[in-house]
Design a protein around this ligand. Structure first.
Ligand code: SF4
Ligand code: SF4
Ligand code: SF4
Length: 224
C-alpha cells in the first residue's frame, strides 16, 4: 500500500461516514483521498463538526480551522421518516440512499431503517410527494450521537452499495452490447420479509424491516 493510500485510510477512519456529500465529494472516501493529496481542506465536513476537524488536524500536524460554512453548519443528528399515508412507492428514495437504509417495493409504502439511517438528507429532494421528514434523533428517540461503530457499519454498507452499482453498470453495459438481450438489469429492490432465522447480516436487515413495518403499522393505527 502506498503512503498516500495509507494516509487516506487514516483520514477516512476519522470521518463520520454519513456519506452526505456536503464536503463537496461523493462520500467520505473521496474526501479523505482529497485531503491526503492536499487538494481539500480539513474543515469541510459538517457532520464531523469542530471535533472532527480537531482530530484531522492532530493526525496531519496542522492547526485546526473553523468549519467552512460554505459546506454547512454543525447541527443535531437527524433521521429520515417516511409518511406512510403519502408514500406512492416510486422507489426514488431507495436509489438515492447511499447506505441502503430504505426498504420497500415499487408501488408500496417505503420504510426507513432507523438504525441504518445516517441522516444524510439525500433521500428528501428526490421524493416527488415530499413525504420524507428529517427529525432530530436525540429529542425523538433518546439516541446518542453517531457512534464509531455506527460509522463503521455505515461505511461497510456504503461500500457494498457502491459495489452493487458498479456490478449493475457492468451488467447493463454488457446487455446493451448484446443484440439478443435488450432487457436492462434493474437494481434489486429491497423487500420486506418476516421470516425468522439466525442473525446473519442479511437476516438482521430482515428483522429490522419487520420491526420498522410493525412500527409503521402501529403509527397508522394510532392515527386512525
Ligand atoms: S460525512 Fe459527509 S461531509 Fe463528512 S466526509 Fe463524509 S460525505 Fe463528506
Ligand atoms: S434514509 Fe435518507 S437520510 Fe437516511 S441514510 Fe438513507 S438517504 Fe440518508
Ligand atoms: S421517494 Fe417518496 S414517494 Fe417515492 S418511495 Fe420514497 S418516500 Fe415513497
Amino acid at each position: 500500500m502506498s503512503s498516500h493510500a495509507h494516509l487516506a485510510d487514516q483520514i477516512e477512519d476519522l470521518l463520520p461516514q454519513t456519506q452526505c456529500t456536503q464536503c463537496g465529494y461523493n462520500g467520505c472516501r473521496p474526501y479523505a483521498e482529497a485531503i491526503a493529496q492536499g487538494t481539500a481542506k480539513i474543515n469541510q465536513c459538517p457532520p464531523g463538526g469542530q471535533e472532527g476537524i480537531t482530530r484531522l488536524a492532530t493526525l496531519l500536524g496542522q492547526k485546526p480551522l473553523p468549519l467552512n460554512p460554505h459546506h454547512g453548519t454543525e447541527r443535531a443528528r437527524t433521521t429520515a421518516v417516511i409518511d406512510p399515508n403519502r408514500c406512492i412507492g416510486c422507489t426514488l428514495c431507495i436509489q438515492a440512499c447511499p447506505v441502503d437504509a430504505i426498504v420497500g417495493a415499487a408501488k408500496h409504502m417505503h420504510i426507513v431503517l432507523e438504525d441504518w439511517c445516517t441522516g444524510c438528507n439525500l433521500c428528501v429532494a428526490p421524493c416527488p410527494v415530499d413525504c420524507i421528514d428529517m427529525i432530530v434523533v436525540d429529542t425523538q428517540t433518546g439516541w446518542q450521537a453517531w457512534s464509531a461503530s455506527q460509522a463503521n457499519a455505515a461505511r461497510a454498507r456504503h461500500t457494498r452499495h457502491q459495489q452493487r452499482l458498479q456490478q449493475l453498470a457492468c451488467a447493463n453495459k454488457t446487455n446493451a452490447q448484446s443484440p439478443t438481450d435488450h432487457n436492462p438489469v434493474t437494481p434489486p429492490e429491497n423487500s420486506a420479509t418476516s421470516e425468522s432465522a439466525p442473525l446473519t447480516p442479511q437476516n438482521r436487515k430482515q428483522s429490522l424491516v419487520a420491526q420498522a413495518m410493525a412500527r409503521a403499522a402501529m403509527q397508522r393505527t394510532t392515527k386512525s
